[in-house]
Design a protein around this ligand. Structure first.
Ligand code: TNX
Length: 532
């Protein structure tokens, strides 16, 4: 039997995205048929279903047969085995890092992990390895070998702005499916904005009665246009919708991190409850893009009461460790004129409005930590002093992230230069209108989340990276898919695969295989990287 170590070799036959850490190929194939037995060494039926259903659905969709229907329990994976597929949770020793797996494909397939998510990722790799057999319709082959795989980063994020344009629940679920396929594990759900409040909060019904609808929407680019479409735009997620989304994500081992923006990007909230602003309004839900001077008042106690009540309901809906509080782009013009804000500055002995922003964020951060959660915010939350334990999402380049990591705060890298999926991916003249920027597939593929200036343990504060999908210029779900894929596939390799394995040409080869799956599910991915 020939044994080839394929790790580091670029022309092997294993076509999996994101590229696995190590594959030792052996000769021959394992055959999966309708009669291949499936065994688990654990009894939790929900996790069994989460994991096995990936294989069953794939085999059904692509090869047209059912399998694994009478999966059964087996006590010890060392006992005499009949050939089959074995799913094994193994807590003895740390043979693979968290979320990782070892898959031994020989006379039998044994997939071992220390966590259910590890098994889930193993099966995601397995389905990409399947090939049709020439022999029989009801047979699919997997190349024999040993695969050892685990993620480089724990935060493998994709964001979605459901505010600038409302994204129907069904689309959000589909978004999660594609994330899972790429082993992305953190869904950053941007739920409140100037242009729309998208989540039901029982205590404040006007947030969705009033705040979820805007009168009309700007047509053309925000820099140059003054034309509006005259069409009302609205939508929001009920608590029931949110529960469904969170649950659907959990079945795919994805954490949903909700973002409730404050003190800026909050016009929809101000339009709903005008006491939240400094001037008392009246305010309207925004109909154009950009940054607005009306933000939440940091002087009045009623603002904090509102925020805490909203956060209480948000924490009930989202079990995530982190809650995102926004914190970006909050102009200080109103605070400078507001007697309540100025009084707060005096009372709290703050130097200026930027420290007042820091006071605001720290106070909300404390509320979250008092309730067992952690706060994450955009890099502006560094200004005027960072709240204890707060994590930073570095979007205005990497500077904020570097500063935070050096101070011992956790960081998610999302620099506009490489991680903004709302930017153009090809020459603007050839593309639908976008906000600007230029981030072709190869550029995001080349992204390195750990800046060189972070040395030693400082680098450990980089949790990972994330692609951001701001939807000012994406009014349809089709357009969102066009902007996100295949760039999110490139991102998945940035956050999962070993740095040394990254090779763009090889990635493109593997992508040309994975796109058949995209095609099957009618994913509207961009073809520009394929020279079409
Ligand atoms: C900046 S990224 C914003 C968003 C916009 C985005 C457009 C960030 C924290 N704030 O409100 O949608 O640019 O690229």
């Amino acid at each position: 039997m020939t044994t080839i170590f394929v790790a580091g070799c670029k022309n092997h036959s294993l076509s999996v995205i994101p590229e696995p850490v190590e594959f030792r190929k052996e000769k021959g194939d394992f055959s999966i048929t309708p009669n291949t037995p499936v065994f688990f060494n654990f009894k939790d039926s929900a996790h069994r279903e989460n994991i096995l259903s990936v294989l069953q659905k794939h085999v059904n969709d692509f090869y047209g047969f059912s399998m694994g229907e009478d999966a059964s329990y087996f006590g010890s994976y060392n006992s005499n085995r009949v050939p089959g597929i074995y799913f094994i949770i193994d807590n003895e020793g740390d043979f693979v890092p968290d979320e990782g797996y070892v898959m031994d494909i020989g006379e039998t397939i044994s997939l071992r992990a220390t966590s259910y998510s590890g098994l889930f990722y193993g099966i995601q790799s397995l389905v990409q390895m399947l090939e049709k057999s020439g022999e029989s319709d009801n047979e699919v082959l997997v190349p024999k070998g040993v695969l050892k795989d685990y993620p480089r980063f724990s935060w493998r994020g994709l964001h979605l702005d459901a505010c600038r344009h409302f994204m129907p629940k069904e689309f959000v679920l589909r978004y999660l499916d594609f994330m899972a396929m790429h082993k992305l594990n953190t869904f950053h759900f941007h739920l409140t904005e100037d242009q729309g409040w998208r989540i039901e909060i029982e205590k404040y019904p006007e947030l969705t009665n009033i705040g979820s609808v805007r009168r009309e929407t700007l047509v053309g680019h925000g820099r140059s246009s003054d034309k509006y479409d005259g069409i009302e735009h609205g939508g929001f997620y009920t608590k029931e919708d949110i529960r469904e989304i969170v649950d659907y994500a959990a079945k795919r081992y994805i954490t949903v991190v909700p973002e409730i923006e404050m003190p800026g990007h909050a016009l929809a909230a101000l339009a709903s409850y005008s006491y939240l602003g400094c001037t008392g309004g009246p305010y309207d839900v925004a109909t154009r893009w950009g940054v607005f001077e009306d933000i939440m008042c940091a002087g009045k106690e009623s603002t904090f009461e509102f925020v805490e009540n909203v956060m209480t309901e948000v924490m009930e809906m989202f079990p995530s460790e982190y809650i995102h509080i926004g914190g970006d782009e909050a102009p200080k013009a109103r605070w400078k004129e507001c007697p309540d804000c100025q009084k707060r500055i005096l009372d709290e002995d703050l130097a200026d409005e930027s420290q007042l922003q820091s006071y605001f964020i720290k106070r909300v951060g404390k509320f979250l930590t008092d309730h067992g959660r952690k706060m994450i915010g955009w890099d502006e939350i560094l200004e005027g002093g960072l709240a204890p334990k707060a994590a930073v999402m570095s979007w205005r380049g990497e500077t904020g992230g570097i500063e935070a990591a050096k101070m011992g705060h956790y960081v998610v890298m999302t620099p506009g230069t490489h991680c903004y999926l709302d930017h153009y991916q090809a020459e603007p003249e050839t593309q639908p209108l976008a906000i600007g920027g230029f981030t072709p597939l190869e550029k995001i593929y080349s992204y390195e989340p750990i800046p060189e200036s972070l040395i030693g343990f400082q680098a450990d504060y980089i949790l990972g990276a994330q692609g951001n999908v701001w939807t000012e210029y994406m009014s349809t779900t089709n357009h969102v898919e066009y902007m996100v894929y295949p760039r999110a596939a490139a991102l998945s390799e940035v956050v999962w695969s070993p740095k040394k394995e990254r090779d763009y040409e090889n990635f493109l080869d593997r992508l040309s295989v994975l796109r058949k799956v995209y095609d099957y599910y009618y994913l509207n991915y961009a073809k520009v990287a394929f020279d079409e």
